[in-house]
Write a protein that binds this ligand. Structure first.
Ligand SMILES: [Zn+2]
Length: 123
């Protein structure tokens, strides 16, 4: 259902509303395993444009994570980047001890923001 809506409604509508050009899409053919795609936040269309631009193979497995702003201010939690000492999900700066404890965790350990409980993607 989700794939059909994206393929037959989202992608064609976006190509009319906001035409875009994809550069380097052939590099995705070699992609194996998990990956993080980060939009540059030009507009609220970032997520739909990424879905449309990445193509079916990647789009089917893509999960959108976004800051709690205009569209994403629900109780549902996802992931957020940790930029410096600030969780980009709740925009709260982590305390020094909390930040140090996160950085001590093994690389494969899931790290969460103590304030909003989102999974933190540490840059
Ligand atoms: Zn947070």
């Amino acid at each position: 259902m989700r794939g059909g809506v994206q393929r037959f409604a989202l992608v064609p509508i976006l190509k009319v509303i906001s035409p875009f050009t994809v550069v380097g899409k052939r590099n995705l053919a070699q992609l194996k395993g998990p990956a993080v795609f980060v939009a540059n936040h030009q507009s609220h269309f970032d997520a739909p444009v990424c879905l449309a631009a990445l193509g079916g193979r990647v789009r089917r497995r893509l999960v959108i994570a976004a800051a709690a702003d205009y569209f994403y201010s629900t109780k549902l939690k996802g992931a957020a980047a940790l930029t410096g000492n600030t969780c980009q999900g709740c925009r709260v700066a982590l305390a020094g001890v909390e930040l140090a404890n996160l950085r001590k965790l093994p690389a494969d350990e899931v790290k969460r923001c103590e304030n909003c409980r989102r999974i933190l993607v540490i840059e």
